[in-house]
Design a protein around this ligand. Structure first.
Ligand code: F6P
Length: 323
């Protein structure tokens, strides 16, 4: 292995820069020539490569987003797009590729591996929905941002005696809402994995007020069967009977923009370094993730297209704590 390229793909996640830094510096220390691909698979198809050295990744470990840029790339889902990507790598004599990203990105990595490219993936998405890693880069920072928002909302909810509905990202996975709901002390948590009857939420909130609470927070995942808009519509339509309305706050992309916390920086550094070491050792077609606190490679073939179930104990805890 002589020349290795690295790209970030899909939704950016805090810690991606720390992973790029670790990839580049580890690669150089192993005697490799390092290239960056700008804007994910879009840049790979277009041949948008830049040389990277230890100094070009200085001062980025604390920055959110990704200095390489990222994209969602429909063209990469096509046969022609993937073939062009393989040719771009071959033309530049790139013998290994590191893909930092979540589910869709690792599916892309797997497609390239099936076409003979030596690929190593690094598990990175705020959604934490990728099998092969107990926790993905960016999820913990996104949770910290959500918690700060929930704490602030509770202040104003309390001043007015209001009920706030806070919608968190996560695509079809309820991880962010579940953990933010538990650690933010929410009165109710609504996630795809725990469907909630609006009448039950109303009862829970009324009971909380009857116990003397001056506010209520309901945390909902964007992927919930009845999402924030639908739930707030229901409460508005039945406001007279239910006794209150819901004020809605959607955190949206705010959750992605933070400076990575210590945990995400460390995880990104460990996984980024391991990805290069694995390629150098001739092991590829793998995803690097954290399993039981250890850097662990999994076959991309075993990861792609699968869902990661939420921890049943945490679901049970959420039910107990919000009842
Ligand atoms: O996968 C990360 C994520 O932030 C999801 O939580 C969210 O549903 C999606 O990306 C939003 O994608 P985009 O930034 O392309 O709108």
């Amino acid at each position: 292995m002589k020349r290795v390229a690295v790209l970030t793909s899909g939704g950016d996640a805090p810690g991606m820069n720390a992973a790029i830094r670790a990839v580049v510096r580890t690669g150089v220390s192993l005697g490799l020539e390092m290239l960056g691909v700008r804007h994910g698979f879009t840049g790979l198809i277009a041949g948008d490569f830049i040389p990277l050295g230890p100094r070009s990744v200085g001062g980025i470990i604390q920055r959110g987003g990704t200095v390489l840029g990222t994209s969602r790339c429909p063209a990469f889902l096509t046969d022609a797009g993937q073939q062009t990507a393989v040719e771009q790598l071959r033309d530049r004599d790139v013998s290994g590729l590191i893909v930092i990203g979540g589910n869709g990105s690792q599916a892309g990595a797997h497609a390239l591996a099936s076409r003979g490219v030596a690929v190593a993936g690094v598990a990175s998405t705020i959604d934490n929905d990728l099998p092969g890693s107990d926790v993905t880069i960016g999820a913990t920072t996104a949770l910290d941002i959500a918690l700060e928002a929930i704490d602030r909302l509770r202040v104003t909810a309390s001043a007015h005696g209001r009920v706030f509905l806070v919608e968190l990202m996560g695509r079809r996975c309820g991880y962010l809402a579940l953990i933010a709901g538990i650690t933010g002390g929410a009165e109710a948590i609504v996630i795809p994995e725990i469907p909630q009857d609006p009448e039950k939420i109303a009862t829970t909130v009324r009971e909380a007020y009857a116990r003397g609470k001056s506010h209520a927070i309901v945390v909902i995942a964007e992927g919930a069967e009845r999402n924030a808009d639908a739930l707030s519509r229901y409460f508005t339509e039945h406001a007279e009977r239910l006794g209150f309305e819901l004020r809605v706050t959607k955190l949206g992309h705010v959750q992605r923009g933070g400076s990575p916390c210590a945990f995400d920086r460390l995880t990104a550094t460990l996984l980024g370094a391991a990805a290069v070491e694995q390629l150098q050792a001739g092991r590829h077609g793998i995803l690097l993730g954290m399993v039981d606190g250890r850097v662990t490679p999994s076959a991309l073939a075993d990861v792609v297209g699968r869902e990661k179930p939420l921890d049943a104990r945490l679901i049970q805890l959420a039910r107990a704590l919000t009842e």
